[in-house]
Design a protein around this ligand. Sequence first.
Ligand code: SF4
Ligand code: SF4
Length: 677
Amino acid sequence: MSPVLTASMLVVAGAVFAFTMVRRIAPLFALRRVNRTDRPDERAAGLLRFGFGQRRLVDPEELVPGAMHAVLFAAFLVLAIRTVTLFGMGFAEGFHLPLLAPESPLGRSYGLVKDVLVLAALAAALFFLWRRLVTRPDRVTLSWEGNLILGFIVGLMLTDMLFDGAAMVARAEPLSWWAPAGSLAAAALRPMELSPVALRAAEVGGFWAHLAIVLAFGNFLPYGKHFHIITALPNVWLRALPPGSSALRKLDLESEAAEYGTQSVKDVSWKEALDVYSCTECGRCHTHCPTYVTGKPLSHKEVNRALKHHLLVAAPELVALARAADPASKEAAAAALPAISEVVPPDTFWACTTCGWCETACPVLIENIPRLVDMRRHKVLVDADFPDEAARVFKGIETQGNPWGIGSNRRAEWCEDLDLPRAADGKPFEYLFFVGCAGAFDDRQKKVSRAIVRILRAAGVSFAILGEEETCNGEAARRLGNEYLYQMQAAASVERLNAYGVKKVLVQCPHCLNTLRNELPQFGGHYEVVHHTELIARLVAEGRLKPSRASVLDGQPVTFHDPCYLGRHNGVYEAPREALAAAGAHVQEMPRNRRQGFCCGAGGGRMWLEEKLGTRVNRNRIDEADSTLGDAGGVVAVGCPFCLTMLKDGAAETGREEKLRVLDVAEIVASGLPPTG
Ligand code: SF4
Ligand code: SF4
């Protein structure tokens, strides 16, 4: 067509693009290092599943928009070949890529796939425009940028069709099923009976307009949320591999370069920066976020947007920091950066329950929780600026080894009359029953501990407890930002468990489960950790436990509330349901169940903090249980002491304590066992 014009366009657009990208990427080199090159096979599998397979987008909850996005993604991939071909044609009109000559079988097949996707992408772009301008779903941010991008896509598809269609009419080619998009354009042009000059103008115009839109589109991407078109696939490759956010990173508190969380943007990692660059602002993270849904000032989408803007504004200081050669100039460059709490207000990062919904929902696998916890860490470890209620929890754990601060010598009072074997007895046992602070000190949860003992004895499971030797593993302290206290507790727990040669641990609290299973390995504690509902389901399956119909249910319907740290963080969804079924319970599912389960409001240490903003999370959840169970009410089954407390309180605060009985799965199963002698 015109080698000079094609080359000029490529050079100018390429230079502008390179200039923008350098400015975007340069600050990343000043940020905290993390290694994301391990386990390449898992990374490749994830890229195929979540990147190319669009697994999180084609979700039953959002099938149509997800499928439409997948169409656009496929069109981008396939049309990339077409774009290269068109630029080649700019230099030599008959250019085609090897094996893709237009009349060759492969070339014709490619043309068919390309044309089908052109039509599908056009339909998808029009669908999204309709959605943005007419139906306007709550989670979608209505910005001019989104409309412009959709306009670019519509323009790309129409110019592609015009180029092909005008050429077909000019050469008097018949319409062909091998080129449906081009044929459609030709069918529209033919009745116009355009002159050869006009047809050539349409063909050439379509060609140059298409290339111009491609270059404008590519250069526009890094300036807005559509940067994800460039960064999403790398971000998926570089994701945190399991246990991911279920195991927070261990801060180095000892060395000269000790870390104390995030004071300013310089303390986030380069991967966290890539995360915020990759946010598509789709709002999927909002859908079941307990804080967003109940009106707290935490929108993960907005946090990402604020951080991205801040990163770009602070880029010169970050680059200066990276270049600073001596400690004094490093300090000066760091001091020029505002505190992170000026970018992400503290109410935002204290609101998170670390329930994990946002990370489960995010199509580009952004890691949200560690970033927010790192902000808490700096507030706690350096600024000593944290909610008063958290101070009481820290003191209780520090002085008595439990968040209530109840005397540690009273830890085994719950089982004084049960004559339970202790690890210190020196006799062999299979499971170390790690009772947990709630199971040992909370009057309501003590009943659950006793129900578990009853089940273990009925099934003949060999177990022992630590008794007064057990101490809090520090989970709440860690998620409230007190990493120092957490590390003391974690180390103490590992020391004790290892001293007794423990291999298998039974827990009743999903927060203990997560800490012992996913986080204690950071301290040398490697155990097979099992939640009581998992063990119950296994014992039933093995025929070692044969509960009859649970008497405690009184024939009432049951619904099960998925604890976030059992379900989303550790993938245990079916075991509690199997345990309930074994006890004759017919579970009626709440609309938000399993992966979409809605937090009770207690995670992330929020169990211990007052909930002063928005409406109450536990109220939201108990309302859902209520409407699921119907007018006569029933039983809300749980598998977590925090969920039990929150949902019981939610029912009691609204006068529904009798109607909605909150029971642990263990209590339900134990009530179906024969009475012990
Ligand atoms: S964080 Fe993920 S889910 Fe939330 S808006 Fe961004 S891309 Fe969407
Ligand atoms: S972890 Fe849960 S509470 Fe925190 S932002 Fe994500 S969805 Fe919301």
